[in-house]
Design a protein around this ligand. Structure first.
Ligand code: PAF
Length: 284
C-alpha cells in the first residue's frame, strides 16, 4: 500500500491508474478506524479497481469548543487495517498540506440543509466537511466515494454538493455497522468509560423503538420522536441534543413519517456526543 503525504504524490499515482483505464474509489476518514470504515474500504475494493483512503483529522469541521485536540489518533493501526482490507493508497496529509498559509476558500450549501440536526449545535461543521471533501475529490479524482449512513446528514450534504457542483463522482452510502449489543460503531466510542459505554446503548434502543413504532404503522413524527426522547431521558448519563424526523434528502423537518423519512438523534453520554438514525422505508 502506498502511503502518500502530499497532494502531488496522490495526483501522480492516480494519473497513472487513470492512464491504465482503472477506476478509483475514495474512502474519506478522520482515522482511528473501526469496522464501519473497514466496510467502506471493502465496498470500494469490491466496486473499484483501485482504492484510496484518506486519514486526516480536518480542523475546519470542528467548532472552537469541540474535540479537535483530543480526537483519537493512531496512524500505525489505521495503516494496518487499510492494508489488510486491500486499500491501495492512504493519503495522510499534514494540516499545512491541506490548508496552506492564506487558505480562504470554503464550500458551503446555502440552504437550511446544513442548519438542521447536527448543524444546530455545530454551525460550521458542514462547511468544513464540504470544503475538505471537495478538496479530497479534486485531489484523488475518484469515480466513486464511500460514506457511512451513520452520518446521514453528512451523506445527504455531500451528495447535494456533488450534484450542485457537477462533480464527476458517484457518492455512495453504506449501512451503519454496529457492535454486537447494538451501539453504532464510532471513533468517539473510545471516549466512553465503562458506565458510559452501558448508558450509550440508549441510542440504539431509541432507534429500535422508533423503527418498531413506524413498522407497526405510527406515522405521526412527533409521537415517534417523543417516545424515543422519553426512552433516552430515562438514562441518567444521557442528555438529548436532538431527536428529529426530517426528509432524508433535504433535511427539512417532517410531520408525517413516510418513505425516505430520516429519524435521527444526537445524544451526549457524559461529555461524548454520539449520533444514530434510521430511515423509514414504506414496504407497502
Ligand atoms: O466522516 C468523517 O470522518 C469526516 O467528516 C470526513 C468525511 C472524513 C471529512 O473530514
Amino acid at each position: 500500500m502506498i502511503i502518500a503525504e502530499t497532494i502531488a504524490e496522490v495526483r501522480a499515482v492516480v494519473r497513472e491508474w487513470k492512464r491504465q483505464g482503472l477506476t478509483v474509489g475514495l474512502v474519506p476518514t478522520m482515522g482511528y478506524l473501526h469496522e464501519g470504515h473497514a466496510s467502506l474500504v471493502r465496498e470500494s475494493v469490491r466496486r473499484c479497481d483501485r482504492t484510496v483512503a484518506s486519514v486526516f483529522v480536518n480542523p475546519t469541521q470542528f467548532g472552537p469548543n469541540e474535540d479537535l485536540a483530543t480526537y483519537p489518533r493512531d496512524f500505525e493501526r489505521d495503516r494496518e487495517i487499510l492494508e489488510r482490507e486491500g486499500c491501495d493508497m492512504v493519503f495522510h496529509p499534514s494540516v499545512g498540506e491541506m490548508y496552506p498559509e492564506g487558505f480562504a476558500t470554503y464550500v458551503e450549501i446555502q440552504s437550511d440543509m446544513p442548519k438542521q440536526l447536527c448543524g444546530k449545535s455545530r454551525p460550521i461543521h458542514f462547511r468544513g466537511v464540504c470544503t475538505v471533501v471537495c478538496k479530497l475529490f479534486n485531489i484523488a479524482e475518484p469515480d466513486m466515494a464511500f460514506f457511512g449512513e451513520k452520518d446521514a446528514q453528512q451523506l445527504a450534504i455531500v451528495k447535494r454538493m456533488a450534484r450542485d457542483l457537477s462533480m464527476a463522482v458517484e457518492v455512495i452510502g453504506c449501512p451503519i455497522v454496529r457492535e454486537e449489543d447494538g451501539l453504532a460503531k464510532s471513533s468517539r466510542n473510545a471516549y466512553l468509560d465503562g458506565e458510559e459505554r452501558g448508558a450509550a446503548l440508549v441510542l440504539s434502543k431509541a432507534v429500535a423503538l422508533g423503527k418498531k413504532m413506524t413498522e407497526e404503522g405510527e406515522r405521526d413524527a412527533a409521537k415517534v420522536t417523543a417516545a424515543m426522547r422519553a426512552l433516552i431521558e430515562a438514562e441518567p448519563l444521557a442528555r438529548v441534543d436532538y431527536v428529529s424526523a426530517v426528509d432524508g434528502e433535504t433535511m427539512a423537518p417532517s410531520e408525517k413519517i413516510k418513505d425516505g423519512t430520516l429519524v435521527a438523534l444526537a445524544v451526549y453520554i457524559g461529555k461524548t456526543r454520539l449520533i444514530d438514525n434510521f430511515t423509514f422505508r414504506d414496504r407497502a
